[in-house]
Design a protein around this ligand. Structure first.
Ligand SMILES: C[S@@+](CC[C@H](N)C(=O)[O-])C[C@H]1O[C@@H](n2cnc3c(N)ncnc32)[C@H](O)[C@@H]1O
Length: 209
């Protein structure tokens, strides 16, 4: 079952305050309000695995064309987190993970992605605690393909993740699909080098491995 969700909200929160994010589900589709209205929207897809468990099959699509090599949005409303299926790794430390607290959570992995998280700047505090502690330069950007309206956003999870807590069998469908996705630790340097963008903390960890 596919439910396409429209966007009708224009507000965003200030950079230094945190707005709780309630992950939308197919059951709550009618109350869903996009966090990036007019730009991005979640498509909620209800699925069940063989064991009856809910599957992670929802995704994020563009509501307008976005040019190659451009900024889609600043990362705001971030909070420190622990390694989880929903977290993003920003550094080489064990605690260097944040939660997106927005619809960006729904960006799936692809082995041939069209966007990336640019986390180049190091946070001033070793362990950021508040949204304002995270660098304002951290952004979601397009790669060289750009994105057309209606296309699904995907990023290469090993560009931020070293050793994922929840690996999965990739369904990206690319001819270059790596199969199992478990983070950069499990990907050869040759394969990483072929990606357009890999964050520096991953390059550092690979150099040390
Ligand atoms: C942060 S969530 C992304 C949103 C997720 N699709 C959802 O519906 O909540 C990450 C999870 O999505 C699933 N996922 C993301 N990309 C995938 C891919 N290429 N193939 C299979 N599953 C994927 C995995 O279960 C992964 O742990």
């Amino acid at each position: 079952m596919t439910i396409a969700l429209g966007s009708d909200r224009t507000s965003t929160s200030p950079a230094d305050t945190y707005t709780p994010y309630k992950k939308p589900t197919p059951e709550l589709a009618s109350s869903y309000r996009p966090t990036h209205p007019g730009l991005l929207k979640v498509v909620l897809e209800k699925g069940q695995g063989d064991d009856g468990e809910d599957t992670y099959s929802s995704y994020l699509v563009a509501e307008q064309d976005i040019a190659p090599h451009s900024t889609i949005c600043q990362l705001r409303n971030l909070t420190s987190g622990v390694k989880a299926y929903s977290s993003v790794q920003y550094g080489s430390g064990a605690d260097d993970h944040f939660e997106l607290n927005s619809d960006l959570l729904f960006i799936n992995h692809s082995c041939e992605p069209n966007v990336f998280f640019d986390l180049t700047e190091r946070p001033a505090r070793s362990t950021p605690r508040q949204p304002a502690d995270f660098p304002s330069s951290w952004k979601l950007k397009t790669l060289s393909k750009g994105i057309k309206k209606g296309e699904t956003l995907t990023f290469f999870y090993p560009s931020t993740e070293w050793d994922m807590g929840v690996p999965f069998d990739c369904l990206c469908g690319s001819e270059k699909c790596l199969g199992k996705i478990g983070g950069a630790k499990h990907v050869s340097s040759d394969v990483l080098d072929k990606q357009e963008f890999i964050n520096q903390h991953i390059k550092d960890l690979k150099a040390q491995a």
